[in-house]
Ligand binder design. Structure first.
Ligand code: G3I
Length: 327
């Protein structure tokens, strides 16, 4: 078996074992097991899929193993509004049609993010002008997919990675010109455009504890404030990218840290979704059987937490196979 198939096989087998399925129950899939539990397990549709260039195996695995989908790149700001007030939803429509044809939940990724912002936005200055741009983007995009996208990453990666975490300013046209209120406004506008959609704040490295000074702790404080102020957030997305499982010490306690975070969010009536899970290796190394077993073990540990915490609804892997992984 090629490493790719082996990796996928290991991942899927490990997850099946985690769910308590016998591997011998071959007719069972991750999808059937998740559906029995009212949960969603999924993976991205990537650029090759949208371009029609992926072998059928990818889509066949995707349809049979998963029941929630998200576009890796095709619904980001630069893809959906490449020039001002000129929207291109073709790829998003392709995804939601595929999702509905295959009985899948659909995630929209992402409305307000400092990255993948088209050049024309970066040329606009002035708080009111940028608020109008973001409002129009959200109203037109969420409005177009109303009733078809079940949950949105309304704001992505707005917290910085400084020692004492705060809002991300560097590289963020939104924060630099509007300030932190762009987050509150984004949620209000998204909710108005589709009152039935779940609305998530999505970020990375928030699976490493909510202690004092932690990134997740800062996020939790903001969620408490949003809930108290009636901002219509319904979920936090933990991206959970384990970029190098062979040396990633910070991930040793991550599953339990994520469980603790989920429990705190549950007190606020907020869901915690795993939105971009991948467990990678330093590129160029010879991946051993032990490495693959460790990879599967890490997927399993997050799967255990996911199944045991009642406010965790989505377990989404950022790619069906290592072959096309961003890592
Ligand atoms: O489509 C163009 C292609 O026409 C061009 O030839 C090629 C070379 O320049 O670039 C292609 O676009 C690339 C795109 O992926 C599609 O492959 C962009 O350069 C590249 O920056 C983009 O990377 C994506 C990255 O987000 C930045 O948007 C990754 O695929 C994607 O996996 C990654 O996903 C992010 C989540 O959105 C947010 N959380 C972190 C996660 C990993 O970085």
């Amino acid at each position: 078996m090629k490493i790719t198939q082996l990796t996928s096989g290991v991942v899927l087998t490990a997850a099946l074992v985690a769910i308590g399925a016998s591997v011998a129950g071959a007719q069972e899939t991750l999808r059937s097991l998740a559906e029995e539990r009212g949960r969603y397990i999924g993976a991205i549709l990537n650029s090759q899929w949208f371009g029609g260039g992926l072998p059928g195996q990818y889509e066949q695995i995707h349809k049979s193993e998963f029941n929630v989908v998200v576009a890796e790149n095709e619904m980001k700001f630069d893809a959906t509004e490449p020039s001002q007030n000129n929207f291109n939803f073709n790829n998003g429509d392709k995804m939601v049609n595929y999702a509905k044809q295959n009985g899948m939940r659909a995630r929209g990724h992402a409305l307000a993010w400092h990255s993948q912002v088209p050049g024309w936005v970066n040329n606009i200055r002035g708080k009111d002008q940028l608020l109008a741009v973001l409002k129009n983007h959200i109203e037109k995009t969420v409005g177009h997919f109303k009733g078809k996208i079940d949950e949105w990453d309304v704001v992505n990666e707005a917290v910085n990675d400084d020692a004492n975490h705060g809002w991300r300013s560097f590289g963020s046209v939104w924060f630099q010109n509007i300030g932190a209120e762009f987050l509150d406004s984004a949620f209000v506008w998204a909710h108005k455009a589709d009152p039935d959609a779940e609305l998530c704040y999505n970020d990375y490295a928030i699976e490493q504890g909510i202690g004092p000074g932690s990134k997740a702790g800062f996020v939790l404080d903001q969620v408490k404030r949003w809930v108290a102020n009636g901002i219509p957030i319904t979920c936090v997305g933990s991206q959970t990218h384990v970029e190098d499982v062979t040396t990633a010490k910070e991930f040793i306690g991550a599953p339990d840290s994520l469980r603790h975070f989920a429990k705190e969010l549950a007190k606020l009536g907020i869901k915690l979704n795993i939105t971009e899970l991948d467990v990678g290796f330093k590129s160029g190394i010879n991946v051993s059987k032990e490495d693959l077993a460790r990879q599967g073990q890490v997927y399993r540990q997050f799967m255990d937490v996911f199944l045991e915490e009642p406010n965790m609804g989505v377990y989404l892997i950022w790619g069906v196979s290592d072959k096309w992984s961003w890592l």
